[in-house]
Ligand binder design. Structure first.
Ligand SMILES: C[S@@+](CC[C@H](N)C(=O)[O-])C[C@H]1O[C@@H](n2cnc3c(N)ncnc32)[C@H](O)[C@@H]1O
Length: 250
């Protein structure tokens, strides 16, 4: 580092509690990776969010040995990269050494973990990656981060007994015996009764990317009117999701 003109600040050891086994059985299992933290030159001032790191470490100074689990299954749900890093590791790196709004560069971004961590910690990121496959994976990971929408099921009240007269429904004899599946389904769909139908619009906030307003309305124009009448301006919403629900009684 010194010869290259950089100023070495710390070397940090990332310790993996459950490292993958060493398949050759000729070396110790690799259970650590070294992070080099360096500044451009001797005179460079560097960012170190000392207080935040201390708070993160329950009031004790953060050490240069970090124990962080390898990527969890949810981090690989869109696909894997052979050397994918855990989001928690990149988040700690960014939180320690940069501030909100800073620009982060990852010239070898792989599955995009740095970009995901930058988004979560409100940094801006530029990433370079040779592989189209890993870029696609990065875009998928980012898209899923952008919208974390909790769509909850609306409680709907309706009568479970559309026929008021008591009828013995235990008898399935009305269906033709050994009917082919297609005609069986036709028979069933002809008997389905639409008991509930609704159209709902969810407004996703521009800033917090969550549902900021949700309303039952027959059209988008009606939903927008309601949105405005609740004190929102159109620019509060990044986008709007329309969901249509139909419930049939079999
Ligand atoms: C060690 S991996 C990065 C893994 C990443 N940290 C993650 O969490 O997924 C390095 C990546 O750099 C990419 N790469 C190698 N040479 C490159 C180059 N010249 N320009 C851009 N990307 C490159 C490889 O395709 C590989 O995906």
């Amino acid at each position: 580092m010194q010869q290259l003109g950089f100023k070495l600040l710390n070397d940090i050891s990332w310790v993996k509690p459950n490292p993958p086994p060493n398949l050759s059985c000729r070396y110790f299992t690799h259970a650590t990776e070294t992070l080099i933290w360096a500044a451009r030159d001797k005179k460079s001032r560097h960012t170190f969010n000392y207080k935040l790191m201390k708070e993160t470490n329950r009031g004790k100074q953060m050490k240069s040995v970090w124990e962080i689990k390898p990527p969890e299954p949810w981090e690989k749900r869109f696909g894997k990269h052979p050397t994918q890093k855990p989001v928690a590791l990149l988040e700690r790196i960014l939180l320690a050494s940069s501030n909100q709004g800073d620009l982060v560069l990852d010239p070898f971004s792989g599955s995009g973990t740095t970009v995901v961590a930058a988004l979560r910690t409100r940094r801006t990121a530029v990433a370079l990656e040779l592989s189209y496959e890993y870029l696609t994976l990065t875009v998928q990971r980012l898209s899923s981060e952008l919208v974390r929408v909790a769509l909850s099921l609306t409680t709907i009240q309706f009568s479970l007994d559309p026929v008021s007269d008591p009828v013995d429904r235990s008898c399935r004899g009305r269906l033709p015996r050994r009917a082919p599946l297609r005609s069986h389904l036709d028979h069933v769909s002809a008997k389905l009764q639409l008991v509930q139908q609704e159209c709902r619009f969810h407004f996703i906030g521009r800033h917090n990317r969550a549902v900021i307003f949700s309303v039952l309305a027959p059209t988008l124009d009606d939903a927008l009117q309601q949105f405005r009448s609740h004190g929102h301006s159109d620019s509060d919403a990044l986008f709007i999701i329309k969901t249509e629900t139909q419930i049939f009684l079999a």
